[in-house]
Design a protein around this ligand. Sequence first.
Ligand code: H79
Length: 433
Amino acid sequence: MYKFDREKYDKRMQWFTHDRFGMFIHWGLYAIPARGEWVRSTEEIPEEDYIPFFNEFNPKDFDPKKWARLAKQAGMKYAVLTAKHHDGFCLFDSALTDWKVTNTPYGKDIVREYLDAFRAEGIKVGLYYSLLDWHHPDYPAYGDRQHPMRNNITYKDKPYNFDNYLDYMHGQVRELCTNYGKLDMMWFDFSYDDLTGEAWRASELVRMVRSLQPDIIIDNRLEVSGSGFGSIATDEPLEYSGDYVSPEQIIPQTGFKDSRGRNICWEACITMNDNWGYCAKDKNFKPAEMIIKKLVECVSKNGNMLLNVGPDARGNIPAESVEILEKIGAWMQKNSDSIYGCGGCDLPKPENGRITKNGKTLYYHIMENSIGGIPLQGISLDEVESIRLISDGTEIKPLKNWIVENYPDVVFVQVSNTVKLPDDIDTVIAVHT
Ligand code: H79
């Protein structure tokens, strides 16, 4: 009988709640048509028209060390690569299929190259594995044009044996957990309709993963889709509940608490533009400034952000994404003390920004300027030990004038003589109490 072990759980989640910021990497054959990772389904591309991308796949510029350096410079502490996405194509050398990178002209095991490069930079490593598989003949992709997860028209009216697919899927996950050293995270994607939980033989799968990788963190999508908590939010999580909630393309209004008031771990996965896989036409990139503020928002609600890049067919991360990551990195260089090891606090969100907290230090993220003193809401002067600008450690003096007396639970700071506040993005003031 499975029994949830809270102590073990808290221990394995320590790095996750500390690190807060990771890189998601969506890469596969779909980088060649360059219309996003769902192209096979949305355009109802039959097998024979997708195979040419397989025969062609040879990313000349692929240099995972470059990706890893970029992630590190951006302040990302962990990464997750699509070992297999919904099209079933494997970026690893699986013994269970021919539909894999080592059979393309490129010929090498990309998962292994990625793992080596990211580990060398001290970045924790995860793998994404799609539960959907439009390539495998026993996955129920039975050609229903109305159903996006199941509209592989090549398999229309073909009989299938779902148990064969489950054996294959379990076998591949076993390969990933056996042949590639220590993995920090498995990111399953995703449950829908009646395909959820034990329909994936999920308890058995999770038991196997944890026996091979005792410290691994698993997302919650063996139980739910991209939305919803699952039993992780209850006092008795199921064996396959996963370790954290995985809101997709959304940052929740508040953090999550379980019935006993404990924070529930979560990670918002977010794209920079409107696609996960490379999409040549999609130039709808979010400004770096916005992404930084959203990262702060996640942390202020006790969550993580997994920010996506979709490398192109040659293996280059798009220039727009590189620029965004460099800007994030410049901000993190000065301000990451307000991200790593931080979470939210019980104070309401201040009007001019947000608060993150690490132990006795409150980080006031000032995103909007004030005339006169800048209000740091929710504290009083007698609680304050020191106030510092975290970018350079400059001491900041509390303002003392007639306003202050009217607001006993606000500390006003005057910084115009020392530094202009805020900068374009988010100036962080550390209040040590
Ligand atoms: O891997 C990324 C997405 O491809 C995957 N999860 C993230 C991490 C994902 N799979 N499904 N979904 C997200 C949600 C499904 C959205 C859909 Fe659609 C709406 C499928 C069909 C309509 C989006 C829009 C995809 C095709 C059109």
